[in-house]
Design a protein. Sequence first.
Length: 119
Amino acid sequence: MTTPIHPSGTPSPYEDERLGIMESAAARTLRAAADEVPGVRTRSCRIIAGPNADTNQVTVHLGVQASLSTPDLTVLADEVRRHVKESADLSLGLDVAAVDIHITDLADPPGRSEEESGR
C-alpha cells in the first residue's frame, strides 16, 4: 500500500485514512536524497498527484544545480532519479510514476576557487 500525499496545510480528504504525509515533509526528504548525489544541490522540489484518483502515484519535479565539472548531465540526472525513487519508496512509501529533473544552474562546488576551475 502506498502513502497518500497531501498538499501542505490541507487535511486528509480520505475519511478512512490512517496515515498520510504532507507534501512539504515529503519534499524535504526527496531533496535530501537528490543532494546525496555528488555535484548536485537541489533548489526546488514539487510533488504532484497523478491523474488517476484511484492510485496514489505521484510525479516529482526537481530543480537542481549541477557542478560545472559534470562530464555528462544526462548520467547525473539518471543518478538523481534513482536516488529520489529509492528514497520515495523506502522512506516514504510513495509510488513515483516519474521524476522530472530540471537543471537550473551550473556552478562550481562550494569552496572551489576561480583559479582551480580554470577561469
